[in-house]
Design a binder for this molecule. Structure first.
Ligand code: ADP
Ligand code: ADP
Length: 231
């Protein structure tokens, strides 16, 4: 079963269609870069998969389930902008545990599996290299570290698809390298990834496929090498 299957999908905001005619299939283990100019619709496309923009046409299936009926937590999402530095005071562990909400039974939300949560939080923080910052105040971390906290939060529900909107943007070179290593580690573990980025070079080791969005349409879909020789 493909992780993601879109047929003639369109996304936008209310009646405003931003992106249309998206037909694509993403198989398990693929690491897809979504490239394109500012305003092309990249964010709108990936936000549509997590309910932040509206699906206006076509069909979207994730592991065979219609997007509208998808269980929460099957898709992990790392937003482009975040307010971790200025929002309420919270520890790294508390932020990451938010990603575990999928595992709370809806009829008894207070009955969480505290030990399961603790183990999962420790596991995903190790994965992003922040195992020693579990109890740190998240506002005290650097921008690159905060980005990794958000990746850990997205991974805490063991998603089948990890979506990241510009994970390396606004991060210094040293932290870009750290982030690229994290994505490589996830790829090695078989995590299917959809990454909106302007920094293909920084992620060259990990990307298996390139999709270019321009003016609301997919204008290229192929191997990174073919993209390099075309562009
Ligand atoms: P990209 O991620 O490629 O830079 P976006 O998906 O952010 O592009 O934006 C694509 C288009 O959608 C732009 O024309 C933008 O103005 C429009 N857009 C973005 N957010 C909204 C919104 N909340 N309501 C209406 N239009 C929006
Ligand atoms: P992101 O957080 O992914 O950058 P935003 O929704 O904040 O997405 O905005 C993306 C782009 O869409 C920005 O250029 C913004 O100015 C534009 N935009 C946001 N809201 C609207 C809107 N209601 N109508 C038109 N453009 C919008």
């Amino acid at each position: 079963t493909p992780v993601l299957q879109m047929r003639d999908a369109a996304f936008g905001y209310g009646a405003t269609q931003v992106i249309a005619d998206v037909t694509l299939t993403i198989d398990p283990g693929e690491v897809v870069a979504i490239l394109g100019p500012n305003g092309a619709g990249k964010s709108t496309l990936v936000k549509g998969l997590v309910g932040l923009t509206d699906q206006l046409a076509g069909s979207v299936h994730v592991l065979g389930s219609d997007l509208a009926e998808l269980e929460p937590g099957r898709i992990g999402y790392v937003p482009q902008r975040h307010t971790l530095a200025t929002s309420v005071r919270a520890t790294v562990a508390e932020i990451v545990a938010i990603g575990r909400l999928r595992f709370r039974t809806w009829w008894r939300p207070w009955r969480r599996d505290a030990e399961g949560d603790r183990q999962a939080v420790a596991r995903v923080l190790d994965l992003v290299g922040l195992g020693d910052r579990v109890g740190s105040d998240v506002a005290q971390l650097s921008g690159g570290q905060q980005r990794r906290v958000l990746i850990a939060r997205a991974l805490a529900s063991s998603p089948d698809l990890l979506i990241m909107d510009e994970p390396t943007a606004g991060v210094d070179t040293a932290n870009q390298i750290v982030l690229a290593r994290v994505l490589e580690k996830l790829a090695t573990a078989g995590t299917t990834q959809l990454i909106v980025t302007h920094e293909l070079d920084a992620l060259a080791e990990v990307i298996t496929r390139v999709i270019v969005v321009d003016d609301g349409h997919i204008t290229f879909d192929g191997a990174p090498d073919d993209y390099a020789t075309q562009g």
